[in-house]
Design a protein around this ligand. Sequence first.
Ligand SMILES: C[S@@+](CC[C@H](N)C(=O)[O-])C[C@H]1O[C@@H](n2cnc3c(N)ncnc32)[C@H](O)[C@@H]1O
Length: 259
Amino acid sequence: MAFDKYEFYQRAVQSPDVDALFLDRVYRELRNKSAKAMREDFCAAFALCCHWAGLSETKLAYGVDLDPEPLDYGRKNYLSLLAPDIQKRVHVLQTDVLNPELPEADIIAALNFSYFAFKDRSTLKNYIANCHRTLAADGILVFDCFGGPACMEPNEHETEYDDFSYFWDQDSYDPITNEAKFAIHFKPRGQKKITDAFTYDWRLWSLPELSDLMKECGFKKVNFYWEGTDEDGDGDGEYTKVEQGEICESWVAYIIGEK
Ligand SMILES: C[S@@+](CC[C@H](N)C(=O)[O-])C[C@H]1O[C@@H](n2cnc3c(N)ncnc32)[C@H](O)[C@@H]1O
């Protein structure tokens, strides 16, 4: 079978079904009502949009990405598999997330750290301001973020699946700029390792920097959702609203601004 980097990415990196339920839940928790329109910025193959629109007939999804390749992949491999009424509730736009004409939404989600590609404060601030402007009155902006001392040095982690291995490879970290380079490699079972299937040149933004920016752009309140711990001391995938974080070698959290 031909190597399909998007399929492996989806299986190793994404949980769009879990993410859709999480977004639905946090909007209800923070706003006491149900969200209708969700915009997935940096959507790539817009798997999250497809799951969001499938949650109920009131849900509408908009995906935004600059790159036609993952958008086409999503149309062929995810959107086309949905029931026709669900397909009608998914809309994708090939444009910049900085475009001021983006569709209004109750939730804007920028997941898998995609906004880390904005390395200077003024560009990230423009983006957050654009989100604030294009959110509906009770809208929320959801970013995931990672950090911890393990991200401040090169390292590589392998995760094994039945038919392939996934490698998350941090190549560099600069303490002066917080810039870091990452790559994803895959090794299909019985085949050669495919290196640099995806590469990322990022600035690692911290939660207080993001919180300050959200407040400067007009968000009234900023919330943090932190992962719980299982009996072995590992993350359990359950995120709850907290006032204080926890010291961890590496963590993933959500920062959520309320318009
Ligand atoms: C890390 S990937 C997407 C990950 C996806 N959101 C997920 O959850 O797995 C980043 C995506 O952002 C897109 N992108 C980068 N800069 C962009 C911009 N300024 N406007 C829109 N899309 C952008 C890239 O084309 C790429 O598909």
